[in-house]
Write a protein that binds this ligand. Structure first.
Ligand code: ASP
Ligand code: MG
Length: 448
């Protein structure tokens, strides 16, 4: 069969009719792009997150639905011959109103996911219409038919085997005759309930579909012209990176560069599918290619910053020359499904970081977890920290690394340093208030 590209368009790429039309032209101009994964139109998921919460009063509920309706109507009004699509979107909005009502009466995480899923359901129906309006044979496909997950609502885990076999059976045969538009972010559990994969999960959905369909490329279309050496909002010296290895890009995605959902590269790496990241606003500017083999492997590739980190230090004199303490600490964290990022240890204490973003749909470090840890050891919690990650190649074997990095930021209190486990990164924590300056100074030095 001919080449296949799975393309994903993010929220800003499908924010309004103009943006959707640009994306539709990207699809039209590349015959290999036959599977299109969309996010909800920009802003919609944020409103849905609020709507899905337990404490939304009736008037706020109405206001939120009004705002969501306005975003969708703004697009629908620009479409020709759209009565069918209009009716479909209205049906989803009615369903949403009823879900919100049920949620207000009797909150459940399962209803939350059903609410969150409405954004992608609407944008996909609309985008399929826009593609058709350009003369492209298009079908809007309900991804829940193939994206089977467990019932961990808000952060559901995809059954990769089932996805593969369902894609081969249900999706693959369609690709010879039309373009498939489908939803990112959502799935369905064994009970038939809608699930979601976590905020920003559409990238990951697209990568999983690319893997399951044995695609040749994955294209992530967003609102920036690729991956930058650092966040361009921090320094205007930041520049787009032409190509980057999977290993480096995975570190970047994990450590803050908000461009890709951190899990996105896992299926791509597993299946060796090159990933392209570009701006749907300026496709002619190219973007970043992420692949296994790269032409150059510079020592310093980029600097990532992740704010709102929580540092937990657990301390126990019992750890002195003892064994099994770490296993006990991690067993508690595993039980609560908490994912640890950085770790440093001394003889009797361990420091761990957790990503703790505002507006997360996940309960993170709850008091239940802390209480359980406290039965084992002394626990100290610090907030207001940022994680700076210097990403590159061979960092574990580069002399002068320490002075290159830390000599330039010696006024700042470095709270924790992690180095040596990865050839691709060196990470440290700094107070939130110093974070941007640190990144700017480092960028000036390392990328001058
Ligand atoms: N719409 C979802 C979100 O905003 C998923 C995504 O866009 O990737 O988190
Ligand atoms: Mg996104």
């Amino acid at each position: 069969m001919s080449k296949l590209t799975v393309a994903k368009f993010g929220g800003t790429s499908v924010a309004d009719h103009h943006a959707m039309l640009r994306c539709a032209n990207i699809v039209k101009n590349d015959l290999a792009t036959r599977v299109v994964v969309v996010s909800a139109s920009a802003g919609v998921t944020n409103h849905l997150v609020r709507l899905s919460q337990a404490d939304v009063a009736q008037d706020e509920q109405l206001l939120l639905i009004e705002k969501i309706t306005a975003i969708q109507n703004n697009i629908l009004q620009q479409l020709d011959h759209a009565s069918e699509v209009q009716a479909h979107v209205e049906k989803i909005l009615d369903h949403l109103a009823s879900l919100a009502q049920q949620q207000a009466e009797n909150y459940s995480a399962q209803l939350s996911d059903a609410i969150l899923a409405c954004g992608e359901q609407m944008s996909s129906v609309i985008f399929a219409h826009v593609l058709r309006s350009l003369g492209i044979a298009t079908e809007c496909f309900d991804v829940r038919e193939v994206m089977r997950t467990n019932s961990l609502y808000g952060k559901a885990v995809v059954d990769i085997e089932a996805l593969k076999s369902h894609c081969v059976e249900l999706l693959q045969p369609k690709l010879t005759s039309k373009v498939i538009v489908t939803q990112g972010f959502i799935g369905k559990d064994g009970l038939g309930h809608t699930t979601t994969l976590g905020r920003g999960g559409s990238d990951y959905s697209a990568a999983l579909l690319a893997e399951a369909l044995d695609a040749d490329n994955l294209a992530i279309w967003t609102d920036v012209v690729g991956i930058f050496t650092t966040d361009p909002r921090i320094t205007d010296q930041a520049r787009a990176i032409e190509e980057i290895s999977f290993g480096e890009a995975a570190e970047m995605a994990t450590f803050g560069a908000k461009i890709l959902h951190p899990a996105t590269l896992i299926p791509a790496m597993r299946h060796n599918i090159p990933v392209f990241v570009g701006s749907s606003k300026e496709p002619e500017k190219g973007g970043t290619r992420i692949q296994q083999q790269v032409n150059s492997a510079p020592t310093y590739r980029s600097i990532a910053l992740r704010k709102e980190q929580t540092l937990v230090t657990v301390k126990s004199p019992a750890m002195l020359h003892a064994s099994g303490f770490l296993a006990q600490v991690f067993a508690i964290l595993a039980k609560h499904e908490l994912s640890v990022d950085l770790i440093t240890t001394s003889e009797i204490s361990v420091a761990l970081t957790f990503d703790n973003p505002t507006g997360s749909t996940q309960a993170l470090l709850t008091s239940a977890v802390v209480q359980e840890l406290e039965q084992l050891c002394e626990v100290t919690i610090e907030h207001g920290l940022s994680l700076v990650a210097v990403i590159g190649n061979n960092l574990h074997a580069t002399s002068g690394l320490g002075s290159n990095i830390f000599d330039n930021i010696n006024e700042v209190n470095i709270r924790m340093i992690c180095h040596g486990a990865s050839a691709n990164n060196l990470c440290f924590l700094v107070p939130e208030k110093d974070a941007n300056t640190v990144v700017e100074q480092l960028h000036n030095t390392l990328f001058a």
